[in-house]
Ligand binder design. Structure first.
Ligand code: CS2
Ligand code: MN
Length: 355
């Protein structure tokens, strides 16, 4: 397991690289050019800037999260070929600096969805919260404006460019069935996987968060059966997964350790996090500790250890603790605690195996 840490870039992240350096066992940063719109080619000069910055602190930049997929590709519009061409150019540029894994997602319109970014957990900390009734009762543009109003940080996956086209996008998706979304994903993968293979890059799709349809939009990367389908769309090792226990864990039917054992070496990037599910369908993000949430993080790490996982792993989101002011879910403190929990389990398992 190679530990990495998500970092949003100089001037764009509250956490300095020099602090990340002090978290035990972190070897690389997970990065992206967040100011570029989906569909743009990532210029090599910009990529090299990040590389230099990372290397000054002794970090690798093997993992990118995310190269976002343009909506026209997900919608299967005739313009998709141009955007797929651009995506391929970005893959090639990233390969030039030694990137190994590209995380992306195929969620229509929105990336992750929550009703509340700073919900009190009862001990003074706050975390991202999903209130089912609230999401079901609110229009998407209302939710978006409530986030935009009281927020100093831009949210990954909620780029202003995307949000401005909300009505138009919703209309476009009215004509896209679940089957068509699968076809569009297949088309995309058939074009990019051969290039990724040729350039030594593993593609790692992130599951939908939450793993069910929201606002009437289809969502397909949600459970074991669908992930099997995804892996068969293009049955090749470079067509793999970002296995996010935080996203998939919102559905109690997802047997996470079982899925890790089944998908094994198709998992290129592990996102590990806990969350607490409530009977009524709500959930809140908790500390990584098994006893604090509904995901058995211990069993998850055990499954990775059992399969001899050598891929990249990061703590997913963290709570906001000790009055840290940070991007929602992306503070230093709780993610660092999460890492130490993961290492604690991992190192014990390694030691036990050694006997
Ligand atoms: C992440 C996702 O920040 C987050 O909430 O879990 O945005 C994730 O980075 C993307 O879905 C991956 O493409
Ligand atoms: Mn994740």
């Amino acid at each position: 397991m190679k530990m990495v840490f998500r970092w949003f870039g100089e001037g764009n992240d509250t956490v300095p690289l020099s602090y990340i350096k002090q978290i035990p066992g972190v070897e690389g940063i997970v990065w992206a050019l967040h100011d570029l719109n989906p569909g743009e080619i990532w210029p090599i000069e910009r990529i090299l800037e990040v590389k230099q910055m990372a290397e000054r602190h002794g970090f690798h930049l093997d993992v990118v999260e995310s190269v976002n997929v343009h909506e026209d590709i997900k919608l299967g519009l005739p313009t998709r070929d141009q955007y797929i061409h651009n995506y391929i150019e970005t893959i090639k540029n990233l390969a030039k600096v030694g990137v190994k894994v590209i995380c992306y997602n195929f969620m229509p319109v929105f990336d992750w969805i929550r009703s509340d970014l700073f919900k009190e957990l009862g001990d003074g900390s706050t975390a991202l919260f999903y209130e089912k009734a609230k999401i079901e009762g609110i229009s998407p543009d209302k939710l978006v404006s409530s986030f935009l109003e009281n927020k100093e940080f831009s949210l990954p996956g909620w780029e202003p460019e995307r949000l401005q086209r909300l009505t138009e996008l919703f209309e476009a998706y009215e004509n896209v069935s679940v089957g068509q979304l699968w076809d569009n994903l297949k088309y995309f993968l058939e074009h990019i996987i051969p290039v990724a293979e040729q350039h030594g890059i593993k593609m790692a799709i992130h599951p939908d968060d939450p793993p069910w349809p929201v606002f009437g939009l289809p969502r397909i990367i949600t459970n074991r059966e669908n992930i099997r389908t995804l892996l068969r769309l293009v049955n090749h090792p470079n067509n793999g997964l970002t296995f996010c226990t935080g996203s998939l864990g919102a559905n109690p039917l997802n047997d996470l350790p079982g899925m890790i054992r089944e998908f094994g070496d198709r998992i290129h990037f592990a996102h590990i996090r806990n969350l607490k599910r409530y009977e009524n369908g709500d959930f809140i993000e908790t500390s990584h500790r098994t006893g604090d949430g509904s995901v058995d993080v211990h069993e998850v790490v055990k499954a990775y250890h059992e399969i001899g996982f050598t891929g990249y792993a990061r703590p997913d989101h963290g709570r906001h603790i000790w009055n840290e002011e940070c991007r929602p879910g992306y503070g230093l403190y709780d993610r660092a605690l999460g890492i130490m929990y993961l290492w604690g389990i991992w190192d014990t398992l390694v030691r036990m195996k050694e006997g």
